[in-house]
Design a binder for this molecule. Structure first.
Ligand code: ATP
Ligand code: MG
Length: 415
């Protein structure tokens, strides 16, 4: 029979990898706890309209990457391609914003129908931060610092922070028409993707990966010069805030995020070690989104990191340990029954305990226990089981001692 396989772009995480993932997630969770950011969990499946309205029809994500279908009740549904729109929907739906500003984080699977390659999958995972109800430039600095410090806590060096300001809506409108006017005269020199974006999402052309288009753009009207004085001041405050924290950055006036609702600060954190899929973290301000989804005008900044790309950067040997503290080995009917109980009691004491269920001889079981890396082997033989004792063997120095079953919890070594 033909073997069934994962769908293209979908990836299994096997036990060796999950240990690393758990460490990564635990590090992030701790990091957010210290920054007083609360976790939010939203459904994987949302109304398609949320993303059409929240991300924008002109984007690649909505235009060609979404997993959308109608369910059995003829509702148009989409597997979430990103987290921000859902978090904002939830905040509006549950009135969180009337309780004051919210700093929220999420982690989970996202779905985009893209061409799979290294660091790019169809189901992938993001950790994200969303700060809702913050307009001060200091919130931009804090959000970026939280990302930067998380990457530092993960031991990732050699990262580059690229920064830009997309200005206010008015700045962008003025710049957009200048850019479109300029590009229309050179339309034949643009790559096909960029030609299409000219009518759908012209600012994204700045971000084109096509070398010829990039060459052409050298001479194009400059976004930085299109910024109003207020926008420019705001940008300066973000830059000096980052400098005061010692967070290095480079300004990249071509950096525009793919999503429509970004304005003012936009940033990306990239790594040279990742090849073509270099961006580990992308984010920025999205002051227009809450209103666009039916809520009150609300200043917001956020970012998202791709966990698969973080995994590619993590050093070897990092991960939560799967090594047991103790292995329980037993032989004989009474002993085997007792072994199950002993393992359970030790686990209640917060020990990680492997119970050998193989039924093989003592020697073999002990050998495996030695290989497991465990500190202790608990040996239960038939005759001992009947007397209510067990042997505790220190696998580091080979010494054994007898423990009385009745006082197991009390007598269990503290280290
Ligand atoms: P890219 O330019 O790499 O497609 P993007 O601008 O589409 O990124 P965002 O929507 O800002 O990315 O998502 C934030 C982060 O999520 C990215 O920086 C990346 O680390 C990760 N990411 C995005 N799409 C994928 C994917 N298909 N597979 C794995 N990671 C992804
Ligand atoms: Mg993308």
């Amino acid at each position: 029979m033909e073997q069934l396989q994962t769908l293209r772009g979908m990836v299994d995480l096997l036990p060796e990898a999950t240990a690393r993932w758990q460490w990564l997630e635990a590090t992030a969770r701790n990091h957010f706890r210290r920054a007083c950011v609360s976790e939010i969990r939203t459904p994987l499946l949302e109304a398609t309209e949320l993303f059409a309205r929240g991300i924008g029809e002109g984007t690649d994500v909505v235009g060609k990457e979404m997993y959308s279908f109608s369910d059995r009740g003829d509702r148009f549904c989409t597997l979430r391609p990103e987290g921000t729109a859902s978090v904002v929907r939830a905040a509006i739906q549950h009135g969180l914003l009337s309780q004051g500003p919210q700093k929220l984080w999420y982690s989970g699977a996202m779905f985009r129908y893209e061409r799979p390659q290294g660091g790019r999958q169809r189901q992938f995972h993001q950790i994200g931060l969303e700060c809702l109800g913050f307009s001060d430039p200091r919130s931009d600095v804090e959000a970026i610092a939280i990302a930067w410090d998380l990457l530092d806590a993960l031991g990732l060096g050699q990262l580059q922070l690229e920064l830009n300001s997309l200005g206010s809506r008015e700045d962008r409108q003025a710049y957009r028409s200048a850019l479109v006017g300029w590009l229309e005269q050179r339309q034949d020199q643009l790559d096909p993707d960029s030609q299409q974006r000219l009518s759908t999402n012209p600012l994204r052309i700045l971000d084109s990966k096509n070398p010829q288009t990039q060459e052409l753009l050298q001479e194009a009207p400059n976004l930085e010069q299109a910024l109003s004085e207020d926008s420019r001041n705001r940008y300066e405050q973000v830059k000096s805030g980052l400098s005061a924290l010692g967070i290095p950055f480079v300004c990249n006036p071509r950096l525009v995020r793919g999503l429509d609702y970004y304005g003012h600060t936009a940033f990306e954190i990239t790594s040279d070690a990742l090849g073509a899929q270099a961006t580990v973290c992308g984010g920025g301000r999205y002051d227009g989104l809450v209103e666009q989804l039916g809520g009150p005008a609300t200043g917001c900044i956020g970012w998202a990191m791709g966990l698969e790309r973080l995994m590619l950067l993590l050093g070897e040997g990092i991960g939560l340990s799967n090594t047991p503290n103790a292995v329980v080995v037993s032989q004989g009917k009474t002993a085997e029954a007792l072994a199950v109980q002993v393992a359970r009691r030790l686990r209640k004491m917060n020990q990680s305990v492997e119970l050998d269920l193989s039924g093989s001889g003592f020697g073999k079981q002990l050998k495996r226990a030695g290989k497991s890396g465990a500190r202790w082997a608990v040996l239960i033989g038939e005759e001992e089981a009947e007397r209510g004792v067990l042997q505790l063997k220190d696998l580091q120095n080979g010494e054994s001692q007898a423990l009385n079953l009745e006082t197991l919890e009390k007598d269990w070594p503290s280290s």
